[in-house]
Design a protein around this ligand. Sequence first.
Ligand SMILES: [Zn+2]
Length: 476
Amino acid sequence: MTAQLSSRLLYGILLLGIWIESVHAISEFTPVRVRDRIVIVAPHPDDEVLAASGLIQQAIAVGAKVKIIYLTNGDHNQAAYRRYTQRQQHPSFRPTQFALGEQRRVEASAAMQLLGLASKNLIFLGYPDWSTLRLWRDYWETDEVLFNNATGVDRVPYPEDFSYRHAYRSENITADLCATLRTFKPTRVFVTHPCDTHPDHRAAANFVQLALLELEAEGIRPELDFYIVHFGSWPATLNYHPTLPLEPPRTLRDDSDWQSLPLTPKQIQRKYQAILTNQTQVTDQRGLLTAFARTNELFATGQAPTVPLLPEHAELDWTKAAHLRALAVLPSESGYVTNSLAELPSSKTVVDLECIDFLRQDDDLVAQLNLKNLTGQRGNVRLLLFGYRQGTAFASLPKVQINITPDNRLNVQITHEGVEDPGVTLTNIDTRMILRIPLKLLGGTDIDHLFATAIAYFGAKIADDTAWHLLRISPN
Ligand SMILES: [Zn+2]
């Protein structure tokens, strides 16, 4: 064998290796079958079009049943809507604060009609746009109701919505999702990815995962997949390019098991038309929205990682831990598409949250927060932990917030009330902060799941976070 031939062979093997790796990284989407009952949960009217127009068309073509559940009517951006209506209507036209939500429902119905899905299959819950993550975080107490500044109401204002007059409370969202899913009994559910940077998209992932935990006991156990709409500057190429593929965001590629669903040219064209049907949205964001009409759609398998149980006196083995990586994009309270540290006053002084690892030892949850970029002073680092136990009302379980101040003092709150002597300990080792948290603080040693997020702050701004994740807790 000549040297040239062997190097060619080596090159070929190398190429094959890259090819095999890429094949493994994105697998083929499990085709929809005639018996499938598909639910797509969209935080806003248009998310279902962007993420799943091809899936919807293919499901209808094989004869499967499809329902779309809209968490909100997308009624937040009232100023942009006024600009839109001024261009469309007579200058004297004054839309009510509910007109945007009503119009987006009409647009969604038209888009779905175009894909072959009748309006009777669309369920609008009508919860407040841009506020559902706040609901998830802060509104589990029975007497607290969120007031939506954009519409000036504290309950669902749309008479045609499923949840009409239901107060803006987290328990109501959960109950309404459970009710709609229970009636339809889906075999496959699709919702936004937990790492999507839009707050409503994150909230939708949490509420749907919670509803599915609640329904598990009733024998309703659909397969769950995630789709992504907002992630920094993804997709990198804007505008309509019907021959380009859609790739997963680079930083999420290895964290999820991605599946790709190929679309035919006709399905892509129809998807493009359906996107344009959402006129109120296309006016401001045409480049981004039309970028989703590509040769394929992407879905990630939703599986909760398990927090393993270590023997009582064993050394903490972090290689076994459930691992949540922080995002490379920055969510912020005001906007959702920042993706660099440039916005913050001085990136050198910001502590970056690299990842968080969870172990269970005896009746404690042990969390390791890994920080990097410790050259400057850090702000507060906060861990939010919501325990879940089947058979107990989730709202009644403690919503725990552990704050670690820059000088390593701990402040523990349950549903905004300070806790005296919570029994939480903190150990600092180099760039790691290890918290030992009694499970009884989270609702008992028998909690079986946990919703968790860690957030690093720079002053009042969020500098980094891990997004919310659902974890399965190993029993003792
Ligand atoms: Zn959305």
